[in-house]
Write a protein that binds this ligand. Structure first.
Ligand SMILES: C[S+](C)CC[C@H](N)C(=O)O
Ligand SMILES: N[C@@H](CCS)C(=O)O
Ligand SMILES: [Zn+2]
Length: 355
């Protein structure tokens, strides 16, 4: 990824990847959700990052399950992994940084195991084997994730938190994760414009050469969780050449279509959407409860073709979605591909590609 003049660098790289993935790339589903489904207890300030210490093998298994069900992008277990959060638990700075790097390496190991399985499989030497490219995204959860109070769904950090606060909070973590060698950096559940601005400045100042995506949360379909218009938030991402895709995650499925249309008004970068199940998160108990008018997983997958038509180029799931959701998304995209006369490249035969 070039600096300065290479203005379409990150977006161009993502566009090429999406094309290679068959016209729409499949993002994995909820990582924390699936860790819990396998018995992990995430009632902890570190949430899913606690598994980096207690159950790295489980993280690798969940990544593999998402690869097995069709994901083109797997997202590391670093969403709530922060140096500050680990240090608050008595870990040294060195150990905290090692855990951040480990989150990326676990995902890379899963990809290697997956590719190895296929290379020994019945299609290994098939001349016409189609390819399934796979990228590892390093997750960076918002400041609200670290606060562990659900503020990634409100954007309410208090007036004492400035752009500089956010930059100094994220700076070293971003550098450590970038140095671990992921293919992408996924800035997830961004609840306000201020944090997007902080990330954009950090990407430039730290000269991060790995393509990023900015993914916001929304509760109303028009604005980020804080109330900042989604068009203004997406415009921050659009203005940063190091951002390759813009979108929303951990947002109710019923809001996604309108959000795609709004985002497309201010950017031509690929749009990424990976909604949650439509349920509501209760931070005090760290449990999910049914929302009024919430969509079920089935409703969500039936919308995938429409989201693609609206311009989504990367589609997956967030909290309360599973490998079954990802399998269904993958199939839905294949169907929509057929409907729009796509090139039919989507398949079950993987090959590893790096941007
Ligand atoms: C995306 S939310 C469900 C992550 C967990 C939250 N930051 C918490 O610690 O409660
Ligand atoms: N990548 C994270 C996002 C949480 S909102 C996860 O799936 O657990
Ligand atoms: Zn989520």
């Amino acid at each position: 990824m070039g600096r300065g003049g290479d203005v379409d660098g990150a977006a161009g790289a993502l566009r090429r990847f999406v094309r290679e993935a068959g016209g729409c790339a499949v993002v994995d589903g909820g990582l924390a959700t699936e860790l819990e489904a396998h018995g992990a207890d995430l009632h902890d300030e570190l949430w899913s990052a606690s598994c980096l210490v207690s159950a790295p093998h489980l993280i690798r298994k969940v990544h593999l399950d998402y690869l097995d069900t069709g994901a083109n992008i797997i997202t590391s277990a670093s969403y709530q992994a922060t140096i500050q959060g680990f240090q608050a638990r008595g870990l040294s700075r060195e150990r905290s940084e090692a855990l951040l790097r480990r989150s990326v390496h676990i995902a890379q190991e899963a990809r290697a195991i997956f590719a190895e399985g296929w290379s020994k499989g019945p299609y290994a030497n098939h001349r016409s084997s189609p390819r399934r490219p796979v990228l590892v995204a390093a997750s960076i959860g918002s400041y609200g994730a670290y606060l562990a109070d659900g503020s990634e769904y409100t954007g309410d950090y208090g007036i004492s938190v400035t752009k500089e606060t956010l930059k100094s909070f994220h700076r070293r973590r971003l550098q450590v994760l970038a140095d671990a060698g992921p293919d992408l950096i996924a800035f997830e559940t961004i609840p306000n414009k201020l944090e997007a601005q902080a990330y954009a400045e950090l990407l430039e100042e730290n000269d991060v050469r790995i393509p990023a995506w900015f993914s916001f949360t929304s509760k109303d379909g028009h604005s980020a969780a804080s109330g900042d218009p989604i068009t203004e938030c997406a415009a921050v991402a659009d203005a940063c050449a190091r951002v390759g895709a813009v979108g929303v995650n951990c947002t109710a499925p019923r809001l996604v279509h309108g959000l795609i249309l709004s985002i497309r008004k201010v950017t031509s970068k690929p749009v990424v959407v990976y909604p949650n199940s439509g349920e509501t998160y209760v931070a005090e108990t760290k449990e999910w409860v049914e929302s009024e008018g919430g969509a079920s997983e089935t409703d969500f997958v039936s919308c995938v073709g429409k989201w693609r038509q609206a311009g989504a180029a990367l589609v997956g799931g967030c909290c309360r979605t599973s490998p079954a959701t990802v399998r269904a998304i993958s199939w839905a995209l294949r169907e929509s591909d057929d409907a729009v006369g796509g090139d039919g490249d989507r398949d079950d035969f993987p090959a590893v590609a790096v941007l």
